[in-house]
Design a protein around this ligand. Structure first.
Ligand SMILES: Cc1cc2nc3c(=O)[nH]c(=O)nc-3n(C[C@H](O)[C@H](O)[C@H](O)COP(=O)(O)OP(=O)(O)OC[C@H]3O[C@@H](n4cnc5c(N)ncnc54)[C@H](O)[C@@H]3O)c2cc1C
Length: 345
């Protein structure tokens, strides 16, 4: 078992932290509770991720994962007209629409190649302080000198170590994925403001489109937006977004928190939070993944962990694991979304 650093979570901030720390010679164990098999939100990557992905050395891997280029965004925001912002003016080129589960899994694979021990499908239950570091309770206890909380918008690990999460709003997202009829162009990112929130549409790889309604939690409850009839009725009354629901729904509605928050402090003795765990902003910015990549990258601490300290740590971890498991050892281990048409109002 490896124990210099334990990263809890396998989103982009987490996988990049593991990747960079493993490259710097640290012994890194990453726990991700999922197997990257389910739909993940956060699919639109702005052009600013391009230099980051290149700097991380994962560019070829990323392009091979089949993202859809994003050339512009369009919005009907505060007025009847659709305004368009083209990435032709971006110094970084165009952006992307990804399959986020595939994207996150691709980064985790890169971390494995760099030497990190990535454990998929294993949730961390808690982190305990012990003399000289921490014990991370997952499938088997792992000792760590440094713990990185990268668990996203619910940073339970950092909070158990004394940090306070200040919620800044109660935004909720209710989303549905549609399989587009054959031959439908993927369209662009499209945003439409409505009186109590907004609609968001994004192409997804594989001829799919994500349509999402964002609103305050109270509004979601009172308008029944998290129910199929309520969501469909709200969509039907949206002037532009209604036309984007063409195709066959894949699965039901997906309801996720999109609340902004900040964590105070975002680090402490022997631990730090990265990505959304440290600071989560309104998804309207489409900047969360870029921030996550950058903050994961910055979690590398020059000189703190060397290959020698890794070996030392591995010995101590093995001892801890042996103690904790009773010596049994063994780890169980748009402009208009391309196609938005005004439908009324
Ligand atoms: C509705 C919505 C839409 C968004 N759209 C965009 C967008 O279009 N573009 C964009 O750039 N950003 C978007 N964002 C923001 C973006 O998704 C996040 O900023 C980004 O995913 C943060 O990465 P992260 O690694 O910090 O956390 P996450 O991606 O949330 O990853 C956290 C990981 O931790 C794992 N985990 C949690 N608890 C445990 C545990 N106890 N043990 C083990 N694993 C655990 C989770 O399974 C998850 O894989 C959106 C966010 C929301 C809510």
């Amino acid at each position: 078992m490896r124990g210099d650093v334990v990263v809890v979570g396998g989103g982009p901030a987490d996988a990049v932290a593991a990747l960079e720390l493993a490259r710097s010679g640290a012994g890194v164990t990453l726990f991700e509770r999922s197997g990257y098999g389910e739909l993940r939100m956060g699919e639109t990557l702005p052009p600013a991720v391009n230099p980051l992905l290149r700097a991380l050395g994962v560019w070829d891997r990323f392009v091979a994962s089949g993202p859809v280029p994003s050339y512009r965004t369009a919005s009907a925001w505060g007025g009847p007209e659709v305004a368009e912002r083209s990435f032709v003016v971006s110094p970084y080129g165009h952006g992307w629409h990804t399959d986020r589960a595939r994207f996150d899994g691709m980064l985790a694979d890169a971390a494995v190649e760099a030497g990190a021990d990535v454990r998929r499908g294993i949730a961390v239950r808690r982190v305990r302080r012990v003399p000289g570091g921490f014990v991370v309770d997952a499938d088997t206890p792992v000792r760590a000198a440094l713990v990185i909380d990268a668990t996203g918008r619910r940073p339970r690990i950092a909070r158990s170590l004394g940090a306070r999460r200040e919620r800044l709003d109660r935004l909720v997202c209710v989303a549905r994925v549609f399989a587009l009829p054959a031959g439908t162009p993927p369209g662009d990112t499209f945003l439409e403001a409505v009186p109590d929130g907004w609609w968001y549409a994004s192409p997804l790889p594989g001829g799919r489109r994500l349509l999402a309604r964002f609103a305050d939690a109270r509004m979601v409850a009172s308008a029944g937006l998290a129910t199929e009839p309520g969501w469909a009725a709200a969509l039907a009354s949206a002037a532009w977004s209604a036309s984007l629901s063409a195709g066959t729904p894949i699965g039901g509605l997906r309801v996720v928190s999109a609340a902004s928050h900040r964590l105070t402090p975002a680090s402490g003795p022997g631990w730090m939070a990265v990505g959304d765990a440290a600071l989560a902003v309104d998804p309207l910015s489409s900047g969360g993944a870029a921030f996550a990549l950058e903050s994961g990258r910055r979690s590398r601490i020059p000189g703190r962990f060397t290959r020698n300290s890794s070996a030392r740590r591995r010995r101590s971890t093995a001892r801890c694991g042996a103690r904790s498991t009773g010596g049994s050892g063994g780890s169980r281990a748009t402009r208009s979304g391309g196609s938005a048409r005004k439908t009324g109002g």
